[in-house]
Design a protein around this ligand. Sequence first.
Ligand SMILES: Nc1ncnc2c1ncn2[C@@H]1O[C@H](COP(=O)(O)OP(=O)(O)OP(=O)(O)O)[C@@H](O)[C@H]1O
Length: 330
Amino acid sequence: MEAKENVLLDIKDLHIWYRVYGGYLKVLNGVNLILREGERVGLVGEAGCGKTTTMKSILQILPPGDFLIPKGEIYYKGKDILKMNSSEIQRLRSREIAMIFQDPTAALNPVFTVGTQIGDVIKYSIALEEKKVHKEKIKILSVKALKEVSLPDPERMLVNYPFQLSGGMRQRVCIAMAISSNRNLLIADEPGTSLDVTIQDQILRLLKEIVEKKGTSIILITHSLGVAREMTDRIYVMYAGTIVETALTKDLFRNPVHPYTKGLLASVPKLSGGGIAKGIPGRIPDYLNPPQGCRFQPRCQHATCSCAENPPQLFEVEKGHLVACYLAQR
Ligand SMILES: Nc1ncnc2c1ncn2[C@@H]1O[C@H](COP(=O)(O)OP(=O)(O)OP(=O)(O)O)[C@@H](O)[C@H]1O
């Protein structure tokens, strides 16, 4: 294992269940994830494997009353978020961590101008430090943030409503809001996937430039290992609520070990011929009654009896490269 210096976020053995008719969906099943200061981490996995649930739990924005956290800790700068009081959580959201959602239209309020929305974010962040917040200061910082995301004519942009902007512009506004008060951690949940691929590409490039320039840490949620390869230093591969493999990005592509990671890699479409990319047969398990042992075992062609009995723990196969699979331990 690597040394624990400069750790910004440390998620330990996180379990999250959703209350539904007939019981609990046991979605997160012991998530472990570490992010160091300035690191760019990718959280990759199929739809429904629990990526967004993990990230929303960091900001404490899961639907109230709908979920249970039977076990786990989320340390941010050494303090457990799950034990923070409401003013500490408020500070975390206003000063430390921002989330960028995949659908900018849903993320913005249609009845307020861009200036009001970005101004509010800046106002709350300043108000935590200073007694009086001057309107002029808010305007200067709003224009600065809009300039940083390369929006044309930022002064005029302030008086626009979201419906007056294109999807790409709205996504840029959301990024401007996220970076406007110099947060330490950005969580980007598939930014731009609701837009066309060229715009998505521009948004990802912009995010990459911003985090490199500011040295901000980022967790990028994505379905695509290809996107994660371009954008991150380390990747966590998630399957059905568990981290099944993590390594530095270059090591994961050089030496993928978990059968699920290999399946995801084989699913990446190739432009250089070789036919249609193979998917992974089967589907994510029913979270009401998930399998006892390894959650991937029903879809795994290498599964043995022990895989069905006990879930494998993360095992270090090379420095900083951990895999939760009995195959890796042989
Ligand atoms: N409020 C909720 N109540 C009940 N089940 C939920 C709730 N939110 C999410 N789920 C379920 O939890 C599971 C994980 O969902 P989550 O959105 O975290 O996955 P994801 O990996 O982010 O998927 P996607 O890539 O599609 O966003 C899914 O089966 C989803 O239906």
